[in-house]
Ligand binder design. Structure first.
Ligand SMILES: C[S@@+](CC[C@H](N)C(=O)[O-])C[C@H]1O[C@@H](n2cnc3c(N)ncnc32)[C@H](O)[C@@H]1O
Length: 391
């Protein structure tokens, strides 16, 4: 979809085409084209059907608002899901003037406006900026949002209470994990942060620690057990701790306990605990071990073991039934003996190819079990556990 095709969707004709397209979602695509073509030309038909399909897909991230919003395929993929954007926006005082330096289709800017901020946004891509503008209007926030097509470098962070930036982490060659390859590039982002009173940066959860600016707080956020992002808070927005893990949708937060040293290690107990990924990324495994009264199996690996069944939102618990030095033959025999056909395989510190192992195990029973592959010291182990329980 180009900018002209998108603009047509915003006209009265375009809105009618979109309404008609929404009724065809999930049905036969050829019949949908035939139906729309009775009233609309080929360009509008194609744009409306594409947009209706994107809206349908976007419900997972944006809920009911998706039916009113506009998307590009890339913009939808890169947009922050509503619950995560709302969590971040709540930390910014209502009434703040925020610069969104690379707004995409507006997932974050909409959350900032919902939280009571006014937002001046830019995006380098004209179509994406037009979609963000249309989204602010469609949700009734047009008077508190301005969107320009411009490079982030044109934003003067000193003119705002808060600088927000969610740089692009995808290049023509795919997703990048290297902050130096972000767009805007990391040095440009740091220059902007240095000029801002306060800043909030959304970055990939795997950001190397050495990239986190001194004095900033880094928060790792998981949503329904999956780590979504790291957030760097600077200036007045940085909290009193340097690291934090937050689980959404509950909003539970974990911070370093200054009294705790490194987690101890010890033999496999009756239970195995797997910490939430946000706690692992935030280097808070010792804190989770303390919560469950546990110890690590290996000092380098984030599996905790303990003797009591403790319930915590910060870890999934498994009951350990058997610990085997890893060997395909022994594992297959042990699982067959237990009648295990439905096996979840988890691993940390193991190079085993899980899909290959699953095939090689050739399981056929009716029981469900979890196999945890790990190493203790330099020896590989398989732990046969009862199926995973998350709290
Ligand atoms: C990850 S997306 C932002 C997603 C947005 N926060 C949301 O929730 O919808 C990053 C955006 O940065 C834009 N961008 C990349 N380089 C830029 C630059 N130098 N200046 C302004 N925008 C840029 C891209 O066009 C892309 O839309």
């Amino acid at each position: 979809m180009d900018l002209d095709a998108f603009r047509r969707l915003l006209t009265p004709d375009g809105r009618r085409a979109l309404e008609a397209a929404a009724e065809t979602v999930g049905g036969d695509p050829v019949a949908a084209v035939t139906r729309l073509r009775k009233t609309f030309d080929a360009g509008l038909t194609s744009a409306a059907l594409t947009q209706a399909a994107l809206r349908h897909r976007a419900r997972e991230k944006f809920g009911a608002d998706a039916a009113l919003m506009y998307f590009t395929p890339d913009g939808l993929e890169q947009a922050t899901r509503r619950e995560v954007a709302d969590h971040r926006a709540r930390r910014i005082a209502p009434g703040s003037r925020v610069a969104d330096a690379c707004c995409g289709i507006g997932g974050d800017l909409l959350a900032l406006v919902r939280a009571g901020c006014t937002v001046e946004a830019v995006d380098a891509d004209p179509l994406t900026a037009a979609v963000a503008r249309a989204n602010a209007d469609a949700l009734g926030f047009g008077d508190r949002v301005s969107v320009r097509t411009a490079d982030a470098a044109t934003v003067d962070p000193a003119a705002f209470d808060v600088l927000f930036a969610d740089p692009a982490r995808r290049s023509a060659r795919g997703r990048t994990f290297d902050p130096m390859a972000y767009s805007p590039a990391w040095p440009e982002i740091l220059r902007m942060v240095a000029g801002a009173e306060s800043a909030c940066l959304k970055v990939a959860p795997g950001i190397p620690y050495e990239f986190i600016p001194a004095g900033a707080e880094a928060e790792w956020v998981s949503y329904r057990g999956e780590v979504k992002e790291a957030v760097i808070w600077s200036g007045a927005l940085a909290g009193p701790v340097e690291r934090r893990a937050t689980m959404l949708p509950a909003g539970t937060t974990l911070t370093p306990d200054p009294e705790l040293g490194r987690a101890g290690t010890g033999p496999v107990g009756r239970y195995l605990y797997e910490p939430d990924g946000a706690a692992i990324r935030a280097h808070l495994v010792a804190e989770v071990a303390a919560l469950v009264g546990g110890r690590l199996l290996d000092p380098q690996i984030a599996y905790i073991t303990g003797d009591a069944p403790v319930e915590t939102p910060w870890a999934s618990r498994y009951e350990v039934h058997e610990v085997l030095p890893f060997s395909l033959k022994r594992l297959r025999a042990a699982l067959r003996e237990r009648g295990a056909g439905n096996v979840t395989i988890k691993k940390r510190g193991s190079a085993v190819d899980v899909e290959r192992l699953r095939k090689d195990l050739r399981l056929s029973g009716d029981k469900s079990l979890t196999v945890v592959l790990t190493r203790i010291g330099d020896r590989p182990f398989a732990l046969i556990c009862s199926s995973h329980q998350a709290f």
